[in-house]
Design a binder for this molecule. Structure first.
Ligand SMILES: Nc1nc2c(c(=O)[nH]1)N[C@H]1C(S)=C(S)[C@@H](COP(=O)(O)O)O[C@H]1N2
Ligand SMILES: [Mo]
Length: 378
C-alpha cells in the first residue's frame, strides 16, 4: 500500500512568503508552494511505472529507470497555479470561488527528465495528419481520490505535446535532486508556460486521444468563464462552452515592500522595489518590467537580474524563455499614507499587462498590474 500524507478533506495547500520566494532565482524545495486536490502519495521509484496508451502504434509501460535511460533534458521554468493572485481579483473586483492565493503560488525550478515528445515518439503517435489538430494528450494519476473526482487528470493539445520547442518534460528531478513526493515524485509532467493544473503529479498514465481528459479539473475547473457566469449554477451552464485554460498570461508581482508597511525613502527620495515577472505561455522571456510610484503617471524601468549559471550544475544547459525574471527598481513615491506602487511586465512577443482584467467566477489567470497598497512613505 502506498503511504498517504494529508487527506481528501484537508489536502496540503500553502504558499511561501514573497520576500523569501524572490530571494533566489531557483526556488528550493521547502520554499515552493504546494497545491493538492487530494492526499500526497509516497510512491516507490523502484516499482512505479507509467503507461502510454490510446492512439499509439505500440502501448508502453515504462519504469523510472527506463525513463532515466532516455536522453535527459533540463528545463528551467516557472510552474504557476492558475489561481495565483486570486486574492487580488477577489478584493479589487469581487468575490470569487477558490483558495485565497496571494502572489506566491508560483515556483521557478530546474526540472530534469526525458521530453514528452521523445516518449510519444517511442510509442508512435497513431493519429492521421488531418485529425492531429483536434487530438489531445491526457495525463492521469490514479493514486488517490481527489476532492471533486475519483482521480486527478488533465490534458493538453497533441500539437503542443509534439512540439519539440514546447519543452514539456516527464520530470524525474527538481533542482538536480530527486523529485520530492509533495511535488509529484517519482514522476510528474512539467508543462512550461501552461497552467500548473496540467503538470500532473505522480503520473500513472499518458494517453493520446481525440477528447480532452474527462477529469473534473480539466472540464469543470481551471477555465476563464465569462463574467455573466456569477454563481455556481450559472457557471454550470458554461463549463462545456469554454476552452480549458492552457497558457498563462504575462504577469508581474511586487514582493518588496510588503503592503501596509512603512517605507523610508533614501537620500535621493527613492525607494527600492523588487519582484518577479512571468512571460505569457511560450512568448518568453520577459524583456521589460516598469514600476510606477505615482499610479501610472510615470514609469521607471526595472533592472532584470541576470541569472548567473556558471557556478551551478545547470551551466549552459537551459534556455531561460520559460523562466521567471526577478527584477529590482528604485522609484519615487510621494511621502504620505495610503500610497501604492504598480509594476507592469512585457515579454519577448510584446504581451504586456493591463491595469485591470475582467472578473471571472473561479478567479483564475489574474494578471492586472502588480500592486502593493497601503504604504506609508516617510
Ligand atoms: N496528481 C495531481 N497532480 C496535480 C495536482 C493534484 O492535485 N494532483 N494539482 C495540480 C495543480 S492545480 C497545480 S497548481 C500543481 C501544483 O504543483 P505543486 O504542488 O508541486 O506546487 O500541480 C498540479 N498537479
Ligand atoms: Mo493549480
Amino acid at each position: 500500500m502506498v503511504r498517504l500524507e494529508y487527506s481528501v478533506d484537508e489536502p496540503l495547500n500553502r504558499e511561501p512568503e514573497l520576500d523569501k520566494l524572490i530571494s533566489s532565482f531557483l526556488t528550493q524545495h521547502g520554499q515552493a508552494y504546494d497545491r493538492n486536490h487530494g492526499p500526497i502519495p509516497h510512491i516507490s521509484a523502484d516499482i512505479h511505472r507509467v503507461g502510454i496508451y490510446g492512439l499509439v502504434k505500440k502501448e508502453l509501460s515504462l519504469s523510472i529507470s527506463d525513463l532515466q535511460s532516455l536522453p535527459q533534458h533540463t528545463v528551467i521554468c516557472a510552474l504557476q497555479c492558475a489561481g495565483n493572485r486570486r486574492h487580488t481579483m477577489r478584493t479589487k473586483l469581487k468575490e470569487v470561488s477558490g483558495i485565497d492565493w496571494f502572489d506566491g503560488a508560483v515556483m521557478n525550478c530546474a526540472w530534469t527528465g526525458p521530453l514528452l515528445v521523445d516518449v510519444l515518439e517511442k510509442a508512435g503517435v497513431d493519429v492521421s495528419e488531418e485529425k492531429r489538430p483536434d487530438a489531445h494528450v491526457a495525463f492521469s494519476c490514479f493514486q488517490t481520490p481527489t476532492q471533486e473526482d475519483e482521480w486527478y487528470g488533465a490534458s493538453i493539445p497533441l500539437s503542443r505535446a509534439l512540439d519539440p520547442n514546447a519543452s514539456i518534460l516527464l520530470a524525474l528531478e527538481m533542482n538536480g535532486g530527486p523529485l520530492p513526493a509533495n511535488h509529484g515524485g517519482p514522476l510528474r509532467v512539467v508543462t512550461p508556460g501552461i497552467a500548473g493544473a496540467r503538470s500532473v503529479k505522480w503520473l500513472d498514465r499518458i494517453s493520446v486521444q481525440m477528447q480532452e481528459s474527462n477529469n473534473f479539473y480539466q472540464r469543470h475547473d481551471y477555465k476563464i468563464l465569462p463574467p455573466q457566469a456569477e454563481t455556481k449554477e450559472e457557471a454550470d451552464q458554461w463549463w462545456d462552452k469554454v476552452d480549458a485554460l492552457q497558457d498563462m498570461p504575462v504577469n508581474s508581482v511586487i514582493a518588496i515592500p510588503s503592503p501596509e508597511t512603512t517605507v523610508s525613502l533614501d537620500d535621493e527620495g527613492l525607494t527600492e522595489v523588487k519582484g518577479y515577472a512571468l512571460p505569457s505561455g511560450g512568448d518568453g522571456p520577459i524583456v521589460k518590467v516598469e514600476v510606477s510610484g505615482d499610479e501610472g503617471k510615470t514609469w521607471t524601468e526595472a533592472s532584470l537580474l541576470k541569472y548567473d549559471d556558471s557556478h551551478t550544475m545547470f551551466k549552459g544547459v537551459a534556455e531561460l524563455k520559460w523562466a521567471w525574471a526577478l527584477w529590482t527598481a528604485k522609484v519615487r513615491v510621494e511621502k504620505g499614507k495610503g500610497r501604492r506602487i504598480w509594476s507592469k511586465a512585457t515579454d519577448q512577443s510584446g504581451n504586456t499587462q493591463e491595469k485591470d482584467v475582467e472578473w471571472n467566477y473561479r478567479g483564475v489567470a489574474y494578471n492586472g498590474y502588480g500592486e502593493v497598497d497601503d504604504l506609508e512613505i516617510v
